[in-house]
Design a protein around this ligand. Structure first.
Ligand code: GLN
Length: 193
């Protein structure tokens, strides 16, 4: 039985927990570095990435998650969580003293890039590795503006990547936990050691 964590500092973590449990995983909510012990992967939910950055720094989870990945753990960031994974982030409100994100995945993102008029929308995605189209919910989503050579694009919307993967890291700019379709969560579990 895979043991996976859901980062539970802020945001939409409960729905991720439920999806992973439906797939038979043993799920732990991660709030402190010690919560990572024994996990093979962690999901970082949607929410507000600047708040999460402050909380990652304050709890010591920033360094602990970097070590977790270095030790072979898998990490999946959804929406705000995807922003945390990006190497380069634009559209940051210039907040002085804002702690860094994790910067683990070779991609650039722009926050809130779909603009106010299209704050939230759904799109049907063809996803590499999934048999059926995935109905994706985008909520004040970032846009992935650039991906490095080692990063595989799993799905695109309007010509831009919305789901990418590099090694045991995965990023999706939408909220897969809202679709009532657990196939992305299954994809993540299958990536883990
Ligand atoms: N706009 C949020 C941010 O920049 C992300 C939105 C989300 O996670 N639904 O952090």
């Amino acid at each position: 039985r895979p043991q996976v964590g859901v980062l539970a500092l802020q945001g939409a973590f409960r729905e991720h927990r439920q999806a992973l449990e439906r797939l038979g995983a043993e799920v732990r909510e991660v709030r402190l570095p010690a919560d990572l012990a024994g996990l093979s992967g962690v999901v970082m939910p949607g929410g507000e990435s600047t708040t999460m950055r402050r909380l990652l720094a304050a709890t010591g989870l920033h360094g602990a998650l970097l070590e977790f990945v270095q030790g072979g753990g898998g990490l999946w960031g959804t929406c705000a969580g995807a922003i945390l994974l990006a190497r380069d982030i634009t559209g940051d409100s210039d907040v002085p003293g804002l702690p860094p994100a994790l910067g683990l995945l070779d991609m650039a993102v722009q926050r809130n890039a779909y603009g106010r008029q299209v704050d939230s929308f759904t799109a049907s995605l063809n996803v590499r590795g999934l048999e059926a189209p995935f109905e994706a919910f985008f909520i004040r989503a970032p846009v992935i503006t650039e991906v490095g050579a080692g990063v595989e694009v799993l799905a695109e919307h309007a010509g831009q990547p919305v789901a990418v993967r590099g090694g045991r890291l995965m990023a999706t700019t939408f909220h897969p936990e809202l679709s009532g379709d657990d196939s992305f969560h299954r994809l993540f579990l299958n990536m883990l050691p």
